[in-house]
Design a protein around this ligand. Sequence first.
Ligand code: ADP
Ligand code: MG
Length: 333
Amino acid sequence: ATPAATMVGTTIGAQNGVLFKGGDVLERAKDVDTVVFDKTGTLTRGEMTLTDVVTFDAAGDAVTDGGRTNDASANASDPRSDGGAVATRERADESEVLRLAASAESGSEHPLARAIVEGAEERGIDVPEATEFENVPGHGIRATVEGDEILVGNRKLLRDEGIDPSSAESTMERLENEGKTAMLVARAGSDGAQGELLGVVADADTVKESAKDAVAALRERGVEVMMLTGDNERTARAVAEQVGIDPENVRAEVLPEDKSDAVEEIQADGSKAMMVGDGVNDAPALAVAYVGCAIGSGTDVAIEAADVTLMRDDPQDVVKAIRISDGTLQKIK
Ligand code: ADP
Ligand code: MG
């Protein structure tokens, strides 16, 4: 492109909140044939709300489900609205699970963790201070609460601790099919005592309003649309369905350090991928993609690693970035 064309593209970009890091990126973006979206914070708002607390009795059967909501996307301001019939004893168990989970998560900055802590506070639960936090990236958290080691996280986190999560499986699957992220809460074993499963908590995120239109517009252009996430397969697929991404284009349960490998794998056949992400986790993936695109509320690390920064957190701006590059978005407003 001529310097003049580059300047026009850069200007139109800036007017639309699409910042290109240099003329070569502006040139390259039009050749993107695959767009890989991170899920949390990119296709979804990344604002988690605690929606469910399920406790288990000694046998591991779900005994309460006071937080059940019918609408996975509901903000659940009163998640107990249809759980009023829960017995007193069970309700106490339920708040105990939430109390321990919130305490364990109080040292974590993860959006999943913050929603659990806020959910406990909103329900008036006194959350004790935990000692000795350990983050297990991509899996959960381990913390000492009132002398006990409490685990909150996915199936792998519990299995690695020798706790069998299978009795919670049907509850986990139900929540995940609703697009929620379900997390197991357990007490680790000590001094020869077996670890025990205490319950399940779930957080829900909402899909960004324009995500579906953005995916449709990209597919309309013949661009392959994919999703990459550390979240579990079932939740990821439920969200993919909501935004119109094919189930076979979902790469789930990808560990933070493996996200860049996943992008390289996608590009192995010569595909030119634009990776769109917001988090610290996404920076290496943004760096290896043909075009790395940091979105909206993105962290500084992501912005630094990116070739394009979208000022708003609107997935439609991904389409704009490509259209500015190919010259079909020309109007200077
Ligand atoms: P994402 O790619 O969606 O940002 P992560 O890689 O951070 O997800 O985490 C992957 C999975 O690990 C989560 O879906 C959750 O099951 C579990 N996990 C991670 N951090 C936590 C935490 N602090 N508490 C509970 N579970 C967690
Ligand atoms: Mg993310």
